[in-house]
Design a protein around this ligand. Structure first.
Ligand SMILES: [Zn+2]
Length: 365
């Protein structure tokens, strides 16, 4: 199982790869993302085997070793194998959604978000070359100036806000847990859609739900303060909302930059958004288990803002659920890919229980 690297081991309470288990937590890189899930599945399967559970559906366990670097050699190949074998699954379960407390605006109960798809991913590289020369005679603009203007134009022209069917479904499912006036507003989603989209766009965490996001991430150019730069380049990362595409991102960038001499191309790996449009019966099964494990929660749908291995299996399953019933607050969410990643023993136990219940329910004829 792969995990993301650790930037600042000194900042951790316990060394990130020491596997420290104290009275309350299991500490380390991967404790949440995603070793806990693998081990919880294996624990649940071993338990079930020991107790003689015989599922009447085939259960495939597919653990990739390269998820954090896009999964082509792991999930990509496993999915290809399943596809060529003609396997078609009822239910695909993977990482993505969790149960959050104090994160969803205006909802006091914990919220379980079962993700039913994921956003797409694309990085655009902007590059410009100019004749160099002495900075005492710069001409009208330099490569750095042109590039800076292009990046600013992309940032100043975000993708439009759009309330997708999944976002509407998400809001509808949490509506009963909200207080007024939000509840009434959400009841009018058909007429108040644009208002709801604007409310969601007010915070980065929810803005990702209503638009293809734009993030200039890297910029470089020039070699010395008094030398005209001959080359400058920048990278802008986009997370693509269902309904937009990788090609739309590239077209958008070229259109808003309006600089014919600038090279604007896709860079590295891209993926289209993928989404399971229908929350089918097996969604309800997963939702019911979540409610059983943590009574009183709100259960809703969502879209994974990043990319997961599931997109390789998307066409192989009737229902897709990216979910684990671990309970995280805003600070815990930052530990994922961050410092002091850890999972509570209670959460880990609940995760094992979740997988066991899922196996038991699938075992019923
Ligand atoms: Zn990750």
């Amino acid at each position: 199982m792969d995990v993301v690297p650790v930037d600042d081991p000194e900042g951790w309470t316990h060394p990130p790869f020491a596997g420290v288990v104290d009275d309350e937590f299991i500490w380390g890189r991967g404790a949440i993302d995603d070793k806990s899930r693998v081990l919880a599945i294996l624990e649940a399967v071993e338990q079930a085997l020991r107790e003689g559970v015989r599922p009447c559906e085939t259960v495939y366990l597919a653990f990739g070793h390269d998820e954090e670097i896009f999964g082509a050699a792991g999930a990509g190949r496993m999915a290809a194998r399943l596809r060529s074998a003609g396997v078609r699954a009822r239910l695909l379960v993977d990482e993505g959604g969790v149960i959050t407390t104090g994160v969803a605006d205006g909802i006091d109960v914990p919220v379980a978000t079962i993700m039913v798809g994921e956003k797409g991913f694309a990085t655009v590289r902007l590059a410009v070359t100019e004749v160099g020369g002495h900075s005492s005679m710069p001409g009208r603009q330099t490569a750095v100036g042109r590039l800076a203007r292009a990046v600013a134009r992309i940032q100043d022209h975000p993708f439009p806000l759009r309330l997708t069917p999944v976002a509407v479904d998400m809001l509808t499912r949490v509506r009963e847990f909200m207080s007024e006036p939000r509840r009434t507003l959400l009841g009018l989603l058909n007429v108040a859609g644009p208002v709801a989209a604007r409310v969601l766009a007010a915070r980065p965490q929810t803005e990702a739900l209503v638009r293809t996001t734009t993030a200039p991430t890297m910029i470089s150019g020039g070699v010395k303060p008094n030398v005209l730069p001959q080359r400058a380049e920048a990278f802008v990362n986009f997370r693509i909302l269902p309904g937009d595409s990788v090609a739309d991102v590239l077209t958008h960038c070229r259109k808003v930059v309006r600089d014919k001499g600038m090279s604007i191309e896709l860079d590295g790996i891209t993926s289209e958004p993928s989404i399971d449009p229908s929350a089918g019966p097996d969604f309800d099964l997963v939702a019911a288990i979540a409610r059983e494990l943590v009574p009183g929660i709100a259960v809703t749908v969502g879209v994974v803002p990043g990319a997961t291995d599931s997109r390789y299996y998307d066409d192989l399953a009737d229902t897709r659920c990216n979910f684990a019933p671990i309970i995280l607050n805003a600070a815990d969410l930052e530990r994922i890919h961050g410092t002091d990643e850890r999972i509570s023993r209670a959460d880990f136990a609940r995760l094992i229980r979740f997988n066991r219940l899922l196996l038991d329910r699938l075992a019923r004829p």
